[in-house]
Ligand binder design. Sequence first.
Ligand code: NAD
Ligand code: UFG
Length: 335
Amino acid sequence: MRILITGGTGYIGSHVALNVLSGNHDLFILDNYSNSSKDVLTKLKIISNREFQSAECDIKNKDNLIKVFSDFNPEVVIHFAGFKSVNYSIKVPLSYYSNNVSGTINLLEVMDQYNCNNIIFSSSATVYGAPEYLPCDEKHKIAPINPYGKTKFFLEEILKDWAMSNSQNRSIILRYFNPVGAHKSGMIGELPIGTPNNLFPYIAGVIRNKYDYLSIYGDDYNTKDGTGVRDYIHVEDIAMAHVNSLNLLKTNVKHETINLGTGIGFSVLEILTEFKKILKKPIPFKFKPRRNGDIATLIADNKKAKLMLKWDIKNDLNQICKDTVRWINNYSHGK
Ligand code: NAD
Ligand code: UFG
């Protein structure tokens, strides 16, 4: 298949690109490098030993998109390009609506223009808001509590309408829980620009001695040890689910929404214990007050993914932490 990946030099897009390259597909990566580096393209070529096309392209710019589609004529778009910080989305909501929502509408309009009928879209468990029951399945009420989550919800609705508007159109929405870890090569992983908000990138900063300690936001949640519990899923398991989604697009599926999580929750303290086993030393931390908007526990019901995508989790928490440490060590040595 001819596959276009938007945001393909980003954290998840780059891992999916490697999985696409290991299959018999032609790949085109577009990115505007607002949260990633062009170097990733070279790394992808080294790891995969394969060539692919790429372009610097902003999905907000329709002329740029038209150029990509007329050069490559994709059959499927795997769409990652977007902003993803909950905090910034509260500070600059219009920029989130413009980049994520207007950018995606541009993309769909150009897909229509070039008869490209298939899209796989990165959504987020954030659309569930505060869960009313756990594990959270796809039928759970949708109640996003920040502009970022709302962009995902609006886009899910837009993609449903787009799929229904033409008998050929198909869309698969993947709702990620907490993607973490890095590629086994140690050459690609999460590289946030600026101070990280998320747990794993911040821990990475402490391991690299960039920060003195981890702030643990809240020790009084109603969880096993008082710290927040999340469903951390290896980015390679996320990537594999995209490849399996390509197969699902070949069936008579029209529009499906699928959770991607492990079904298992770990607390912040349990994550630190796992890193301690690997590093053979503790990660310093201090308890701080709860973070605004945080919930105690979020865990996926992943039955639908297992059934429809014929997919399962291959990496446990130990593997996630080992791969994270390998990536941090390589990155710190400039590899
Ligand atoms: P990322 O920031 O590493 O990757 C996104 C990529 O899109 C970046 O390379 C960025 O430069 C690019 N981009 C942003 N706006 C663009 C635009 N207008 N035009 C072209 N490129 C643009 O983020 P990620 O973690 O790889 O996430 C990918 C997708 O998955 C995002 O849509 C995100 O919302 C979603 N998601 C991520 C998580 C997570 O925890 N990482 C969880 C749920 C959903
Ligand atoms: N945490 C800390 N210290 C930190 C960072 C996080 O204690 O420095 C805690 C949080 O309080 C939470 C857990 O670690 O209990 C995980 O926090 P993250 O910020 O890593 O992840 P969230 O679950 O809060 O949010 C993530 C993504 C959102 C996405 C959501 C649901 O950042 O974009 O998962 O999938 F919407």
